[in-house]
Design a protein. Sequence first.
Lengths: 125, 333
Amino acid sequence: MPVNKPNISQLCDALQSFLETELAPAISDSALKYKLKIAGNVLGIIARESELGEDFKRMERDELNTLLGDDGSERSQNQRLVEFINSADIRPGDDDILPVLERITLAKMAIDNPRYASYVKHVDP
Amino acid sequence: MAAPTSRAEDLLAPLKKALSRQFAEPVTIAELRRLTGGAAAQTWAFTAMTSQGEQVLILRRGHDASQFGGALSKSQEAYVLGAAVAAGVPAPAIILELSTEGGLGEGFIMGHIAGETLPQKILKDPRYAVAREKMAGQCGDILAAIHAVPLKTVTGLHRALAADQIAFYRQAYDGYQQALPVFEYAFRWLAEHIPPCTEETLVHGDFRNGNLMVDDDGIRAVLDWELSHIGDPMEDLGWLCVNSWRFGRIDKPVGGFGDRDSLYQAYSQASGRQVDPKVVTFWELFGVLKWGVICLYQCDMHLSGRERSLERVAIGRRVSECELDILDLLRGE
């Protein structure tokens, strides 16, 4: 028995419309208008994370499993990745770690800010 | 020191007193208004009327805790600004340094230079089309002038070379308890690729689109000197090119308005120093990482409860922009 409609993204959408079409025109203070814009951006992040968050976690886990393998330890994959990066075994420039970091970063940006110009250039060259 | 007041009516009397003493005649203050600043650091504009006529002046006071990267006190900032103006750098002239007993706290009053500082306007408004064409070259000329400020006129300013700054931001990063693999990679790469600093000069430290006063003809003045220090002059060139300061115009690496050749050529010609693009890239990568750590700091200010703010917490999700910029620079884009 799931939570009832609306889902997170539908709620965010309704809230966004309220902020933009009803609240924004009623505000004349420029500092407040700016904060309202930030609020809208935050809502966008929440909506995108609710849609893409699970897929992101899965792809991150798969990427890091492939890169690091499973050493049976309880340390988080992220912690193991950091240790790997700081280990003497990799040489910046001749490792295969950068493409992995890039794929994960791009997937994060799809949630955080898909309008960032460098991100757009990557996904829609 | 108590937090300085942020009410205009509390500033009027001490301001009038300080300026009347400076100009040796009664000065009237009008149109005092707050321009920018957080709770601590403030910038105000006002009109001062003397027997000689009216002039618009700027008051800078307080200490901005959000500038955590070794920011100068207001009196140190006034000292560096004075030395820069004396050496011919386009920047506002210091009118008066405030003593802490004057009721205004630490700060200074400087001349007002008209123009636009908002990056989005400078990059979009057709009014600045001619200015935009010239600005990369002007940046080269102005940076050469800053880097030529005689070091004996800025004695006491702290020295911060690449290794010092990497260590400083590493320590700050470690304090935020958020393991970011891309940042770890960048810290390691930077530590292993520190270029030799061939000459130590005055470094502005925050020379970027947003701190440049621009009019129809281009750059009129360089503002915000509180991150200045002695270091590698190439640091300023790299910071100017950081993607975050292009405000979306990523095809114009110099501040979103110009190309690298115009900057490097003008700088080389004016300074007599050759620009090694690889050294600028090192500092650009450092700059992205530095901005990323500042974003972590801002977010932490909110999450730790020290200064709750929607703006500060939201900036935490801009860290991934820095991660992408770091990876692009490492790949040589």
